[in-house]
Design a protein around this ligand. Structure first.
Ligand code: AKG
Ligand code: FE2
Length: 343
């Protein structure tokens, strides 16, 4: 049985020792909310005119992906009701009583989805210091291979998750298409590189001392691109050596450039280094959609951006190899470094 933080957090008034981060990893500095984090308004382009998107929009996305590795998108076409319903669904799951949650976890453990206690992704990656969060992970694409493993309860679960995941998939393809256009890649370039999608729901219960614990320590996402739905503050990114808070814009998606996009773009785009702090009074649930290549997909800097004056900066590899290295290495930057070619 997972020792879920949400099952005991409300019964403690101090942070248990194994959740106290070492001083250099605590969120000690004063962090202000970034007013300069790019917000991309997708109303500027309709899906039917995607190939004729205003050059301005493509440039905006490209600039945000180069300078921040993170941006927010608004007017993206996914309904507010659907976003609310999915958020309510997962909050309901994390709000269950300890007994109900225990039952839920044992049911889930027979399926391809998983509930994890904080900082314990798999046996190879047990952190000495735990993170102040619970995780629910469920692969969603290819959908026909996955739905049989999905939860049957609550009754609305399957329909909601399927609709939400399909909508976010369409949205991710729109954004990847715009990024591809900005990089000078042919239409549909990212199709083969985005065959997998997983739903990762993070729940951060209120924490008695947010200055000591971390929801998620600093990291870059290992996948291609991530779409994140959030309602409550907690996400921060490292920009020019300083942490800045990502504002919570109602019904926006936060888009994170993952390591695979950094590699494919031959360092033209950067992956954002981000972390999540906890809140004293308010719990936070974030719903992440992680888009990735299939396990056996070959990844390398795109030939379009590699030439005599601009040599490949990373070696060619199979995605599974990268993920295995990332999961086994606590310092994620070292994972990326190991794939760099010597100049
Ligand atoms: O909860 C969040 O806002 C972000 C979580 C995150 O960075 C991750 O799951 O990789
Ligand atoms: Fe992340």
């Amino acid at each position: 049985m997972a020792n879920l933080v949400s099952s005991w957090a409300r019964n403690v008034d101090t942070v248990p020792e194994n959740y106290v981060m070492p001083p250099n990893k605590r969120p000690s500095e004063l962090v202000s909310i970034g007013s300069n984090i790019p917000v991309i308004d997708l109303a500027k382009v309709s899906s039917s005119t995607i190939n004729h998107a205003g050059a301005g929009l493509v440039q905006e996305i490209l600039k945000a992906s180069q300078e921040f590795g993170l941006f927010q998108i608004i007017n993206h076409g996914i309904s507010e009701k659907l976003m609310d319903d999915v958020m309510d669904l997962f909050n309901e799951i994390f709000d269950m009583s300890v007994e109900e949650k225990e039952k839920f976890c044992s049911e889930v453990s027979n399926k391809s989805c998983k509930v994890y206690e904080s900082g314990k992704m798999n046996d190879a990656n047990v952190e000495e210091v735990r993170h102040w969060k619970d995780l629910f992970i469920q692969p969603v694409f290819p959908i026909e291979e996955q739905t049989q493993h999905w939860l049957e309860n609550p009754a609305r679960y399957r329909e909601l998750v399927e609709t939400y995941s399909s909508e976010v998939k369409k949205l991710s393809m729109r954004i990847l298409e715009l990024i591809g256009e900005g990089l000078g890649l042919k239409e549909g370039y990212f199709e083969e590189l985005s065959k997998r999608q997983a739903l990762v729901v993070n729940h951060y219960p209120p924490c008695p001392d947010p200055s000591l614990a971390m929801g998620v320590p600093a990291h870059c996402d290992p996948n291609l691109i991530t779409f994140l739905q959030q309602q409550v503050y907690g996400l921060q990114i490292l920009k020019d050596g300083h942490w800045i808070g990502v504002p919570t814009l109602p019904y926006a998606f936060v888009v994170n450039i993952g390591y695979q996009l950094q590699i494919i773009s031959n360092n033209k785009l950067v992956s954002s280094e981000h972390r999540v702090v906890t809140n004293l009074k308010t719990g936070r649930t974030s719903i992440g959609t992680f888009v990735s290549p299939a396990e056996d997909c070959i990844v390398e800097p795109t030939k379009v951006l590699v030439n005599g004056g601009s040599p490949a900066l990373f070696r060619t590899f199979k995605y599974q190899e990268f993920i295995d290295d990332y999961m086994g290495e606590k310092n994620h930057k070292k994972t990326l470094e190991a794939y760099k070619l010597q100049p």
